[in-house]
Design a protein around this ligand. Structure first.
Ligand code: ZN
Length: 275
């Protein structure tokens, strides 16, 4: 599944091209994504200039005069630049055509979304999909003290709480498991019981796992124009615990365990990660 680093890498990719260019045509090859692509959108956007490519959580925000396209890559999506004459592949659902460039949303499972938020509907960040999102992990306001304050009084286990994204966005299943391992925190520990120093380690671990993945993403940008770029090939983080159940912990050689929390798999070292 595309996680925040993949989405941020996609944003950086489209942001090197789209802003300042005129969208000649938006072509909907398949409107049935997670929600239907608004039928009037191609007519609305034809001839409009892209003003900016931003991101909030895992939503790409393509800003035009008068409104913003909200794009989500779903479970399996990618948004890549392709050569002008490259044939459409199966699962290429939405196409952005410029005079000298072309982008395709490729999404085999169709859990992605292409929506439109007109400015007349109010502030973009008050949109129902965006309003409940937590702080951005690389926002200067995301500090160890702030995180500790947010966890106070919460009885929910730390792993599903991080995964929910309402405190801080972008800590998907891989990153939550890896960050808790790095910080030495048992994923079942109540969030409110995490001490200030351990919270500082968790904060550091969240930032370093995401930064590591972003760095890996930077290298995939070189393949950005490759139409053959395998859309499912997301960044491979060098995982210490994620999907390594039954294998020895890289620190202590205890076997990594898998458990299910909130219907999502969690991987951890029962020796290194303490309650
Ligand atoms: Zn261990």
């Amino acid at each position: 599944m595309p996680e925040l680093p993949e989405v941020e890498t996609t944003r950086r990719g489209i942001a090197t091209f789209m802003p300042g260019r005129i969208l000649r045509e938006l072509v909907i090859h398949e409107p049935r994504l997670r929600w239907p692509v608004p039928a009037g959108l191609p007519a609305r956007l034809q001839g409009q200039t892209v003003r900016a490519c931003e991101r909030r959580g895992k939503y790409l925000l393509i800003r035009f005069d008068g409104g913003t396209q909200i794009v989500h890559l779903g479970m399996s999506g990618s948004l890549r630049r392709v050569p002008m004459q490259a044939p459409l592949r199966k699962h290429d659902h939405v196409e952005w055509r410029f005079d000298d460039g072309r982008f395709l949303l490729h999404d085999p499972r169709r859990f992605g979304a292409v929506l439109w938020h007109p400015d007349t509907d109010g502030p973009l960040l008050a949109h129902p999909l965006l309003a409940g999102l937590g702080i951005e992990p690389f926002d200067p306001g995301f500090t160890p003290e702030w995180l500790h304050g947010q966890l106070q009084g919460r009885r929910q286990a730390i792993k599903p709480l991080l995964l929910a994204g309402r405190i801080v966005v972008g800590v998907g299943n891989i990153y939550a498991s890896e960050a808790l391992f790095q910080a030495g925190i048992d994923p079942r520990l109540s969030a409110g019981q995490i001490s200030r120093p351990r919270c500082a380690r968790l904060h550091e671990a969240i930032l370093s796992t995401l930064a590591q993945a972003l760095e890996a993403g930077g290298s995939t940008l070189r393949d950005y124009v490759d139409p053959q770029g395998a859309p499912g090939a997301y960044f491979s983080l060098h995982a210490a615990v994620y999907e390594r159940d039954g294998q020895p912990c890289p620190r202590c050689a205890t076997l990594i365990r898998r458990l299910v929390q909130g219907q999502r798999a969690t991987y951890f070292c029962p020796h290194c990660q303490k309650r």
